[in-house]
Design a binder for this molecule. Structure first.
Ligand code: NAP
Length: 327
C-alpha cells in the first residue's frame, strides 16, 4: 500500500492505467492540471506503437518518427509536468468503494479518487515464431500504419473478418497485389465488406489455408520478409507465396478483463463510454484509447480521447470539491 507522509494510505487524485498515446496524453494533461498522476505503464510500456517501426501519420512530425521514440517523448513530456511512472501491471480493480482500490502484480494496493483506464487493445497474433521474428520488419497488424511502406509490392493479409477485408482493401492503395489468406472457405466479414474485396481486382483469395511460417532474410542488421509458407487444411498441401509484407488481421482484444463485472462493456469487451465524453458507468472512472474504441484505433484518436479523460477527471474532481465545500 502507498503510505502518505502522515502515515495514512496515500489517496491519489488521478491514477492512469496504461501508457500508450491515450494514457500518456491523459497523464500530460492531468499533470499540467497539477493532479500529479500516477501512471501504471503495464506489460507493454508505450502500448502498440512500441511494435511499429516508423509512424508517418502522427501530426507534428513532418518526416515521421519511430514508434518507440514517439512514446518516449510523450512519457518525458508528461513526467516533466509531474506525472509519475510505475512499470508494473495492474491485476485487480475494486471500483465498488471510494476511493477506488487497485492492486499491482506484486500485491501492492493503490487508492485513487479518479481512474483513467487506457489499457488499450492487443492485436491477436497467429502465434508462430517467425511472426515474432519479423514483427515490425514486414509483419504488421495495422495497414493504416504500415501499408505505405509496401508501395508497389506484394503483401499478404491473414483473416476472414471485417478487419481483414478492410485492411486488404486499404492495402490495394499501395501494394501491387494483396493476397488474402483465410483458414475457411466462408468469411465472417459482413457481406458489403466481402463484396468490396471480391470486386477489387488487386485482391486474390487463398482459402482453406493457414500460414505455417513467415519466410524472410536476415542480413547484417536488416531483416525482411520474402514470403509465406501456406498449408491447405483440406488437402494438407504445402505451398509458398512470395510477398514483402504480412498483415495479421485476425482481430483485436481489448485489455479490459480486470473490469469485467464492474465497468460496462460491449460483447467484445470494449468499455462503453457516454456520448461525447470519456465517462464510464461508474462516476469518476474514465476510459480512453483502444480499450473503448474499436473503430478508429489510431494513435492520434487515442491521444485525443486521453486528453478528454484528463479534462473529464479534472472537472469531476473540481465538482466534488465544490460540493464538499457547500456541504
Ligand atoms: P473477427 O470478426 O473476430 O474475425 C477474425 C477473423 O480472423 C475470422 O475470420 C477468424 O477465422 C480469423 N482468425 C481468428 N483467429 C485466427 C487464427 N489463429 N488463425 C487464422 N485466422 C484466425 O475480428 P475482426 O475482423 O477484427 O472484427 C472485430 C469486430 O469489429 C467485428 O464485430 C467487426 O464487424 C468489427 N469491424 C467492423 C469494421 C467495419 O464495419 N468497417 C471494420 C473492422 C472491424 P474464422 O472465421 O474461421 O473464425
Amino acid at each position: 500500500m502507498e503510505i502518505a507522509k502522515n502515515g495514512t494510505p496515500e489517496i491519489r487524485k488521478v491514477i492512469v492505467i496504461g501508457s500508450g498515446p491515450a494514457g500518456l496524453t491523459a497523464a500530460l494533461y492531468s499533470a499540467r492540471a497539477n493532479l500529479k498522476p500516477l501512471v501504471f505503464e503495464g506489460s507493454q510500456p508505450g502500448g502498440q506503437l512500441m511494435i511499429t517501426t516508423e509512424v508517418e501519420n502522427y501530426p507534428g512530425f513532418e518526416h515521421g518518427i519511430m514508434g518507440p521514440e514517439l512514446m518516449d517523448i510523450m512519457r518525458k513530456q508528461a513526467v516533466r509536468f509531474g506525472a509519475e511512472s510505475v512499470f508494473r501491471n495492474i491485476v485487480k480493480a475494486d471500483l465498488s468503494n471510494r476511493p477506488f482500490k487497485i492492486t499491482d502484480e506484486e500485491g501492492k494496493e493503490y487508492f485513487a479518487e479518479t481512474l483513467i483506464v487506457s489499457t488499450g487493445a492487443s492485436a491477436k497474433w497467429i502465434g508462430i515464431d517467425s511472426e515474432k521474428k519479423f514483427m515490425g520488419y514486414g509483419v504488421s497488424s495495422c495497414a493504416t500504419c504500415d501499408g505505405f511502406f509496401f508501395r508497389g509490392m506484394k503483401v499478404v493479409v491473414i483473416g476472414g473478418g471485417d478487419t481483414a477485408m478492410e485492411e486488404a482493401n486499404y492495402l490495394t492503395r499501395h501494394a501491387s497485389e494483396v493476397i488474402l489468406i483465410h483458414r475457411r472457405n466462408e468469411f465472417r466479414a459482413s457481406k458489403i465488406m466481402q463484396d468490396r474485396s471480391k470486386s477489387n481486382p488487386k485482391i486474390r483469395f487463398v482459402l482453406d489455408s493457414v500460414v505455417e511460417e513467415i519466410l524472410g532474410k536476415e542480413e547484417e542488421n536488416k531483416k525482411y520478409v520474402t514470403g509465406v509458407k501456406v498449408k491447405n487444411v483440406k488437402t494438407n498441401e504445402i505451398s509458398e507465396i512470395d510477398c514483402s509484407g504480412v498483415f495479421v488481421a485476425i482481430g483485436h482484444k481489448p485489455n479490459s478483463d480486470i473490469f469485467k463485472g464492474s465497468l460496462e462493456m460491449d460483447e467484445n469487451g470494449y468499455l462503453i463510454t457516454k456520448k461525447s465524453s470519456s465517462e464510464t458507468n461508474i462516476e469518476g472512472v474514465f476510459a480512453c484509447g483502444d480499450v473503448q474504441d474499436h473503430y478508429y484505433r489510431q494513435a492520434i484518436t487515442a491521444a485525443g480521447t486521453g486528453c478528454m479523460s484528463a479534462i473529464d477527471a479534472e472537472r469531476y474532481l473540481e465538482l466534488k470539491e465544490y460540493e464538499l465545500s457547500k456541504a
